[in-house]
Design a protein around this ligand. Structure first.
Ligand SMILES: Cc1cc2nc3c(=O)[nH]c(=O)nc-3n(C[C@H](O)[C@H](O)[C@H](O)COP(=O)(O)OP(=O)(O)OC[C@H]3O[C@@H](n4cnc5c(N)ncnc54)[C@H](O)[C@@H]3O)c2cc1C
Length: 363
């Protein structure tokens, strides 16, 4: 998953500049990064919401280059790297979130294709995706983890319907996806039939490392510092308040520790080479990264004080005087609420603790 609320802070430093595209909800087009409108993007409730979406393709890319066929690599990887194709993740189902292996979406082989029936849910940005990678049940008799396959499905295939789910902040980043008699060519099966659980675990390990979002938290902390220098508390800038400084310092120390841990995990990974197996340490990155993201969005609300009440001046025609609410304030509350998701998606933090207990601590 992803956030559409903070695109005003994105930088293209780790993405080839020609390949970065955003979806402009006004023009309904994928557009070059430069079309981002400074100061407007990322504010959900007023002005255009523009998405930068890269990582979902980045989730399936490593699965394809590790387990996919040569044809799949040639066909999909360049288009993923160039962001020509956007992807969404069809793992979760009603009744199969934490217990993902209970998934019921069924794929039955008929000649040179599979016929897929079922429902996916919480599918982030499916409304903009060209492709969906899905876990499907191909064997109902086997142990539940052993009857799952990994399919690449063109989302425009007849029989697929995407319905939005509105999030607490009013956003529309997640969806339900219904699949009815969807025909998927057999060549879109990744790796071997009934081995999809292994590929899914590999993908989830990468996804969890990605959720640490250290760069994003650094940017938000810089923003908190800047705004706390402007906002006044008891007659002095908030940034001079000892209690506030203590809270900010505690988050910064946690973030530094997380950054060092991530570097250790990445270095160990590079040393081991691509084993195709997840590193359980990614669960630690996921937990701490999501806690820090939630702490920073909380602190930003604190900086905004009463201004954080979601109030959109230009949507309110009862007033004819300029608003006292600073233009950066209205996104604080939507961000705060939106970021409650981070401890849920990618596998909830409780589940990550179970993984750490078992796979890291050997309990
Ligand atoms: C904003 C958002 C975006 C998402 N995007 C996607 C997406 O793009 N694609 C996709 O496939 N999925 C996506 N998800 C789904 C996400 O992965 C699931 O929500 C998550 O795995 C939890 O599953 P669940 O919602 O079914 O909750 P449940 O599994 O029903 O869990 C409910 C609660 O019980 C706890 N719990 C459950 N089992 C245990 C246990 N064994 N031990 C301790 N506690 C337990 C959980 O931690 C949680 O607090 C998204 C979710 C959100 C919120």
């Amino acid at each position: 998953m992803s956030s559409a609320t903070e695109t005003d802070n994105v930088t293209a430093s780790n993405v080839h500049p020609n390949s970065l595209r955003v979806y402009n909800t006004l023009t309904k087009q994928k557009e070059p990064f430069e079309t981002l409108i400074p100061g407007k993007v990322g504010i959900y409730l007023c002005g255009p919401t523009v998405y930068k979406e890269a990582h979902i393709g980045h989730m399936v890319g490593p699965v394809i280059y590790t387990f996919g066929s040569e044809e799949q690599k040639k066909r999909f990887l360049p288009r993923i790297a160039n962001l020509d194709d956007w992807w969404c993740q069809g793992f979760s189902e009603p009744g199969a979130g934490s217990d993902l292996a209970s998934l019921k979406t069924r794929a039955v082989r008929e000649g040179d294709h599979y016929v897929v029936n079922g429902q996916k849910t919480w599918t982030t940005l499916a409304q903009y995706a060209d492709w969906i990678f899905c876990l499907v049940r191909t064997d109902t008799e086997a142990k539940k983890q052993e009857g799952i396959s990994f399919l690449l499905i063109d989302i425009k295939t007849p029989g697929i319907e995407v319905r939005p789910i509105v999030t607490i902040d009013g956003g529309r980043e997640i969806n339900e996806v219904f699949l009815t008699d969807v025909k998927v060519p057999v060549e879109n099966l990744v790796g071997q039939e009934n081995k999809g659980w292994d590929y899914a675990k590999f993908l989830l390990g990468n996804e969890r490392t990605n959720i640490a979002r250290i760069g994003m938290s650094k940017q938000r902390i810089a923003r908190i510092r800047e705004l706390a220098g402007k906002e006044m508390s008891s007659g002095r800038p908030l940034i001079e308040d000892e209690r506030f400084r203590e809270k900010l310092a505690a988050i910064e120390i946690d973030l530094k520790a997380l950054e060092l841990t991530q570097l250790r995990v990445v270095a160990a990974d590079a040393k081991r080479g691509n084993t195709g197996r997840p590193d359980p340490a990614s669960s630690i990155l996921k937990i701490k990264g999501s806690e820090i993201q939630q702490a920073t969005t909380h602190l930003l609300m604190e900086v905004m004080g009463p201004y954080a009440v979601p109030y959109i001046p230009e949507h309110d025609d009862r007033w004819n005087e300029p608003s006292e609410v600073p233009d950066y304030a209205p996104s604080a509350a939507p961000n705060y609420f939106n970021f409650r998701k981070v401890s849920i998606y990618g596998g909830s933090n409780e589940i990550q603790k179970n993984i750490i207990a078992k796979a890291v601590l050997g309990l």
